[in-house]
Design a protein around this ligand. Structure first.
Ligand code: ADP
Length: 488
């Protein structure tokens, strides 16, 4: 099995080292090969130019001698022509005899092998490298002296390759020193950079380990960058934020629920103690028992609502999508609550009652309407007025309709002449256990869950509840539910 380091930092460093080493080796090799090619071709060019120029000069001299009827010159090479570092030699193309040579060659001669002569007679140059002529290899270029069709002589130029070898050796040495330094430096820089970039990851690990349900106030320090790690850190923080809010809501919910149940329990206990200790008349006993019954009814309502919300939260509620006549459900709820309204001398009326067939669950729709109409009757003072209406409406999808798909909806609205709801409370009345005036609401039998349940049910139907209210004048609650379409 291949060994793999556990830390990401080491793994990255290992990969970086491998890739860097490979790149540097390839780059160094390429540099040397390229340098050698460039220097060699440059040397060949220079040698060829020198030989060619000399061959042309000799050809001209020979031509002029032949025209003037003169004999061939004894020497072919002008000393001034001899360039430093390069040797030159003129040989007979037919027998290879040396006819002239530069001073630097002294008594030595440049080898003229058969290949060079054959090529020369064909008018072609020859390039050769000889390693047997001295300490360093020697490059020899042979060029023919062209006299029309004839090639009487060959000009050979030669230079030692010592300079090129030396340049390559020096470059190799520089690369040998530079490459490991670059390797070590970039490894160090990479290690530092990777370490810095991974710091938030370590912080995230620590935060995740320190996290407990009750202690979700930990946040990862912002990296100040919007790279992947920064994005991960802020996503992580947002997730903790959501968890934190959700845990707080649960805690708040449990505290509120206990508080709501504690109040009627305390009062039941107080009244029961009074009933036990004092000498009460049967009439007084009856009154106390009646009060206890009311309190237990209230507790049942709370527990029922809590169960409903618990089921809704855990997605256990199955909401049907069948055609429901909204106006029929509205009339049923109207009749059910008429008695209570009458008791408070509230005028309960109908403004509009159009046919509206919506897609949903009649039981849940009934629950929404009961909660809305129940609240209107509950909070409207005696001799007030509560008016309901059912109609079909068109939602266009403009910004004011945000949160609901454009289309046709069945609408049920309740208008009351109650106390109204102050603007700063309007958004909150849909929260669990939220009451604008808890004393008055509790007296009226309110728990603070009705609107939350109604909102949940409306949302589950892809509908929504809106409210508009004016303090001292009254409120209008409206629920919109999508109309039934046969293909649903
Ligand atoms: P509750 O059981 O207290 O009625 P809800 O969730 O139904 O709980 O309502 C939340 C709060 O909104 C109420 O306590 C009340 O203050 C306010 N509210 C609801 N409906 C009306 C209304 N029609 N008129 C005035 N206030 C209302």
């Amino acid at each position: 099995m291949i060994w793999r380091p556990r830390s990401l930092r080491s793994r990255l460093a290992l990969w970086q080292a491998g890739i860097l080493a490979l790149t540097l080796v390839v780059l160094s090799a390429l540099t040397l090969v390229l340098l050698k090619t460039v220097l060699s071709s440059r040397a060949d060019e220079a040698l060829y130019e020198y030989a060619d120029k000399t061959a042309r000069t000799i050809a001209t001299t020979l031509y002029q001698s032949s025209i003037g009827g003169r004999t061939e010159p004894a020497r072919f090479l002008d000393k001034d022509l001899q360039e430093w570092g390069r040797q030159i030699q003129v040989v007979d193309a037919h027998n290879g005899m040396v006819r002239d040579r530069s001073e630097g060659l002294a008594s030595h001669r440049l080898p003229t092998d058969l290949d060079a002569r054959v090529n020369g007679l064909k008018g072609l140059p020859t390039y050769q490298t000889r390693i047997d002529l001295g300490e360093h290899p020697v490059r020899i270029v042979t060029v023919p002296v062209q006299m029309g069709e004839n090639v009487p002589y060959l000009v050979q130029t030669a230079a030692s390759l010592e300079g090129i070898d030396d340049a390559l050796r020096r470059t190799a040495l520089i690369l040998l020193v530079l490459t490991p330094s670059v390797f070590v430096l970039s490894l160090l820089a990479g290690h530092l950079l990777v370490g810095r970039s991974l710091q938030p990851v370590a912080a995230m690990t620590r935060s995740a380990l320190a996290m407990e349900p009750g202690r979700l106030d930990h946040r990862i320090e912002a990296t100040g960058t919007d790279d992947e790690i920064g994005g991960l850190a802020s996503a992580f923080n947002e997730m903790i934020g959501r968890l934190d809010r959700s845990f707080r809501q649960i805690q708040q919910f449990s505290a509120d629920a206990s508080h709501e149940l504690k109040t009627p329990l305390t009062s039941i206990r107080g009244e029961a103690e009074v009933a036990m200790m004092s000498d009460l008349t049967p009439e007084e006993h009856r009154k106390i028992l009646n009060s206890i019954v009311i309190q237990t009814e209230r507790m049942s309502a709370i527990v029922e609502n809590l169960l409903l919300l618990a089921r809704a939260d855990s997605d256990q509620v199955n909401i049907k999508r069948v055609p429901v006549h909204l106006e029929e459900v509205a009339m049923q709820v109207f009749e059910q609550l008429e008695r209570i309204a009458l008791k408070k001398s509230i005028h309960l009326g109908i403004d509009q009652m159009d046919e509206a067939i919506v897609a949903g669950d009649a039981l849940w729709i009934g629950q929404i309407l009961t909660n809305l109409l129940g609240n209107a009757i509950k909070y409207t003072p005696e001799n007030g007025e509560v008016i309901i209406s059912v109609a079909m409406v068109e939602v266009s999808g403009s910004p004011s309709d945000a949160g609901i798909a454009p289309g046709r909806y069945g609408s049920f609205s309740v208008r009351d002449t109650g106390p109204g709801i102050p603007a700063d409370h309007l958004a909150k009345i849909f929260d669990r256990f939220y009451r604008v005036d808890s004393g008055r609401s509790r007296d009226a039998g309110g728990v603070g869950l009705g609107l939350n349940i109604a909102t949940w049910a409306a949302n589950a139907h892809d509908g929504r509840i809106t409210v508009s209210s004016e303090v001292g004048k009254g409120s209008v609650f409206t629920v919109l539910l999508p109309i039934y379409v046969a293909s649903d």
